[in-house]
Write a protein that binds this ligand. Structure first.
Ligand code: FUB
Ligand code: ZN
Length: 640
């Protein structure tokens, strides 16, 4: 087996994973290459300035200085994790483009982190500089959460550069944690925010030290027994209850996703890693059940998860309001983490269907086209004059946040993206997502060229193939109703099986496989239980969800209805929003002839409505909010 050079999730050789990551996965052109270039040249490059301004680096410098009198900067216990997420992103960037000029900056910040570590391995500047006691505020303290992000950065640093410098720091911290946590030890409990579980398992995969796998198992098994039930740490007088922490039922018994969305999804990702390494079938079945619960009843059309601003939580089944959608960018990222681990574990295409939807919509909407502005919450509707409640996260693009978890998280996902695009098994290579680039696995090396998502043609050219039969598996997206396949110009007869088109033959260099996915405009209706958008339609094309923005629809979005009896048309607009395909639909704008005494109308209301036709222009949702503030909506009231 060829082992991949880099990537955040590398199951052990003897794990239960049906798939392993591809040995080569590089995006070299097209849609994602452009976004990843901005990520490299703007977001990651400017990251250290943001971390300096926000005080994160100052915290590490102060912790490294034995004589410091400096107080902790920032409002949150987990400020260090922003640095670690940036470091992870920068390390993957170094692996991708060693000439990116980031090496010195990475080396400087790695030294800073190492210098801030205490003798015994502990490292969290909030407690080192403040007056709190380590390991006494498990609910909100985020010490293991930060440790987890440190471990992931260290794994990235090691895989990208071969250096052990940060890996040793992370290992010392993990060893310290192992002395503190466990039955009969100083602390028998878990962190309020899962994260350390995936990280410890990746540390195990990198170092081969089984203690880290066992520690992850302990945290996953210990959770769900109400150990965090009180939740009343310093500064938090409201108790979110055990569901918030995902601490009310052991994971194998859980029937539904609940609580804080990022916490829930990171936990599931960690459990998927554990099931992968241990082959625990009951755990895998629980994960499949919880994934299905999340996707079938608690996921927005954009792939976003988490309906409540209150406690940043999942809502009830089908409770998916557009304007109050929380759908934190980090939750979209966490969903990709979870689904990818399930894709590797089971080999099933449905996980990559969700990843595609989430990447192109719920996730990418969080990243400004300029690489400098971000969304924390990603609603599916913004009113012309939104009233944001005190304490609400705004849905306007912002350069950085007081709680800046999302931007560096988005940076690390974007740079690591090729990792999620291909995998291998003993039959051959699987392409999960379509982007121009190079991919290899199980001896089969291919080049992909495509203008996806704007055009549906994907051409795969074989560069190298071993002797004997191999299978090239192409995911047929769940949204795709019509496709054509050709192998070396001859029509292929293969039909999809559980989402995979499998082409088996003795491949020769130069062979081509051409997949044409039909990309008609689709009008999508909500399940009737999704009360908030009943009677509405959404416009989709390929993997993209579209939205109306005030900027393209003079007169605003009030009273607008979409006429679904007329087929929408597609317009290429290279001049707009970095180059997009827009969708133009017929619609009408309804407005009362006269202002009534209250905002309700009798049955005959339509007779009293001025009803003018309008042309509605929809743009990809991912590009919204890049032209100043204004109204936006994904779901549009329908007139048939
Ligand atoms: O608690 C750390 C991060 O801050 C969470 O993942 C986000 O939801 C935000 O609350
Ligand atoms: Zn976030």
């Amino acid at each position: 087996m060829r082992t991949p050079l880099t990537g955040p999730v590398l199951p052990s050789a003897n794990s239960a994973a049906v798939h392993r990551p591809a040995s080569v996965a590089r995006i070299t052109g097209g849609f994602w290459a452009r976004r990843r270039r901005t990520n490299a040249e703007v977001s990651i490059r400017e990251g250290p300035e943001r971390l300096e301004e926000a005080g994160n680096l100052a915290n590490l410098r102060a912790a490294a200085d034995a004589g410091t009198t400096r107080a902790f900067s920032g409002d949150f216990q987990f400020q260090d994790s922003d640095v670690y997420k940036w470091l992870e992103a920068a390390c993957w960037q170094l692996a991708d483009t060693p000439e990116s000029g980031l090496a010195d900056e990475v080396a400087r910040i790695v030294r800073l982190v190492a210098a801030a570590q205490m003798e015994d391995g502990y490292l969290q500047t909030y407690y080192q500089l403040g007056d709190g006691e380590p390991w006494t505020e498990l609910g909100w303290g985020h010490e293991l959460y930060c440790a987890g992000h440190l471990m992931q950065a260290a794994v990235a640093h090691h895989r990208a550069t071969g250096s052990r410098e940060l890996l040793d720091v992370a290992g010392r911290f993990a060893d310290h944690i192992e002395t503190v946590f466990g039955p009969g030890k100083q602390v028998d409990g878990v962190c309020g925010h899962p994260e350390v579980e995936t990280a410890l398992i990746e540390l195990y995969r990198t170092t081969d030290d089984k203690r880290y796998l066992e520690l992850a198992r302990y945290f996953l098994e210990r959770r769900g027994h109400g150990v965090l039930a009180s939740g009343a740490d310093r500064g938090h007088d409201r108790d979110p209850g055990p569901e918030y922490w995902r601490d009310h039922t052991p994971i194998r018994e859980a029937q539904e996703v609940t609580g804080h969305a990022v916490r829930q999804l990171y936990l599931l990702a960690g459990a998927a890693d554990l099931a992968t390494e241990t082959g625990d079938v009951r755990l895998r079945q629980a994960l499949e059940r919880l994934w299905t619960d999340a996707v079938s009843t608690k996921t927005y059309l954009t792939g976003g998860m988490g309906s409540w601003h209150d406690w940043e939580s999942f809502g009830d089944a089908y409770e998916l309001p557009s304007d109050r959608a929380y759908t934190e960018t980090c939750a979209a990222i966490a969903s990709v983490h979870f689904s990818w681990r399930m894709a590797l574990l089971t080999g099933e295409a449905r996980y990559s269907d969700l990843i595609e939807r989430t990447l192109y919509n719920g996730f990418l909407g969080g990243v400004g086209l300029d690489g400098r502005t971000w969304l924390y919450v990603n609603p599916l509707q913004r009113h012309a004059h939104p009233h944001e409640r005190p304490g609400d996260q705004t849905s306007q693009r912002t350069p950085w946040f007081r709680c800046a978890c999302c931007p560096p998280n988005a940076m690390r996902l974007l740079v690591g993206l090729p990792h999620y695009f291909a995998s291998a098994d003993d039959s051959g290579l699987h392409l999960h997502q379509y982007a121009t680039g190079e991919y290899a696995g199980d001896g089969l090396a291919v080049r992909v060229t495509t203008e996806y998502p704007w055009h549906g043609t994907v051409t795969v050219t074989v560069d190298d193939a071993p002797a004997g039969e191999r299978t090239l598996s192409l995911r047929l997206p769940a949204w795709c109703a019509h496709f054509r396949l050709a192998v070396n110009g001859e029509p292929g007869q293969e039909q999809p099986k559980r989402g995979w088109l499998r082409i088996t033959r003795t491949f020769q260099p130069g062979d081509t496989v051409r997949l044409e996915l039909a990309l008609p405009v689709r009008l999508t209706h909500p399940h009737p239980y999704v009360d908030a958008v009943r009677g509405c339609v959404a416009v989709e094309r390929g993997p993209l969800v579209y939205c109306l923005e005030e900027a393209d629809n003079a007169g605003g979005l009030d009273g607008v209805v979409l006429d679904s009896s007329t087929a929408p048309t597609v317009r290429e607009r290279p001049d707009l929003l970095g180059g997009v395909t827009t969708i133009v639909a017929s619609g009408r704008r309804l407005a009362p002839d006269e202002t009534g005494w209250w905002p309700y109308l009798p049955d005959t209301a339509n007779a009293r409505l001025a009803d003018g036709s309008v042309e509605l222009t929809a743009v990809p949702y991912y590009a919204w909010a890049n032209r100043g503030d204004g109204a936006m909506r994904v779901w549009i009231p329908e007139r048939r």
